[in-house]
Design a protein around this ligand. Sequence first.
Ligand SMILES: C[S@@+](CC[C@H](N)C(=O)[O-])C[C@H]1O[C@@H](n2cnc3c(N)ncnc32)[C@H](O)[C@@H]1O
Length: 489
Amino acid sequence: MQSKDSLGIAYDVTSSFMESIPKKERKKYGQFFTSRKTAEYMASMFSINYNKAALKLLDAGAGTGLLTVALVERLRKSGYHGDIFVVCYENDTRVLSTLSENLENLKKSLDIKYEIRVENYLTSQSFLSPDLYKKKAEQFDMIIGNPPYLKIAKDAPEAKAMPEVCHGAPNLYFLFWAMGIHNLKDEEEMVYIIPRSWTSGAYFQRFRKYLFHFCVITSIHIFGSRDKVFDGESVLQETMIIKVKKTRKKPLFVKMSSSETSDFDGIKYYDVDYNTIVAPNQFVFLVTSEEEAEILTRVNRQTSTLESDQLQMRTGIIVDFRTRDVLRDSDVDGSYPLFYSQHIRNGRVLWPVGREAEYIVTDRIGYLQENTDYLFVKRFTSKEEKRRLQCGIYLKADHSQYKYISTQNKINYIKCETPELAYGLYVILNSSLYDSYYRILNGSTQVNSTEINIMPVPSKDAIQLMGQELIGQELTESNCDKIIDKWIK
Ligand SMILES: C[S@@+](CC[C@H](N)C(=O)[O-])C[C@H]1O[C@@H](n2cnc3c(N)ncnc32)[C@H](O)[C@@H]1O
């Protein structure tokens, strides 16, 4: 079969190229090639409009052109007979002869026209700010891509060309994605394979704002394991495939799928509510099952946040190795308690425990905080620990002789007006619902207060009542879950 040969041939040609250049060299360009099955899967994700007389395709950072070959093959195989014009950007001159060979084969076997642009995709056209000649961006019907994954300096030409989506030192992959959206026709689709890092956190906020201003997400594929996605390469990045559509019309569902590896064996399909995947704060949740979708739906129904309830979580104030001179191992005159994560035990804060530097002697107000009721939360847990969110209730009444206390920066704290609020926050953060929610939101083991502060929670009044209910009971996860189940349906 002619069409099957195109992709097969393209892979043979690519393998020879890969053997000719050391991996280390290719890494400098962010050059990882897509495996055959992944390329075919990506191509299969597009909806095709068979009535269009012509289609203009874009593959930016085309490498040896594997994605283009897969997409053209899909179009032709499924019966698209119109004209196909492909534009490939690639600025590594070493790969160009391989790319030309693959596209030339495609031209002959599947009747396309093509253009290779040996240009920097990001700096050779203007981004949002209108250029001098007010030229409209070039527009494409279908965009497919595996962009380079490479962190660049914040003053690199690519970053400077796209200030609208950058925050600090950006990664080329989301600049490619942003430029792709710029080059996409309205109501059309683009499919990209990318890392997962853009889905949460402040660093990508500008990019997400831009993305959701122009596009909606229609499909996501999640890979369970970190390697094997790129042919013969093991890339230590958690990757995903995403299809976005340039439109304002949100679909009801995002079509989700997941597989352990890029051979797509045992692939699972499930649809998830759009608003569960894309939360109101524009975080994106990579839900891997229907159970996870339910967790998100429940939490996302809550309309307050710790920030809106004036219950912000903050990071402890003392960096102990920088403040050695004011730390003491025992209770000396004028000392105050200094709390570390080791003091958080079974839902309580136990102090002193006989560790070094548990006391602080200072009159520097920046080193001290009011002695009041708090919820303390560990900032770091190990992968092996069952819970990501581990907290302890600190009550002023337990150490009322002190006017001030202090906290090391490896704990986070939430200041509470009443003991009930401290208990209520404990119910929330010690529940399995919120622990699971946080895991879905953030793959790392660090508890990031910015993320906690904007996650949806019940109102302050409800939190207070939840706390009242817990007082007098054991501080177990199951007791917290029972209370949560009454309040969060
Ligand atoms: C991750 S590889 C993907 C190659 C191919 N699309 C595939 O999926 O097998 C990214 C490609 O982008 C190219 N590239 C990197 N920066 C570029 C830029 N600024 N403009 C155009 N191409 C670029 C690299 O040389 C590399 O071949």
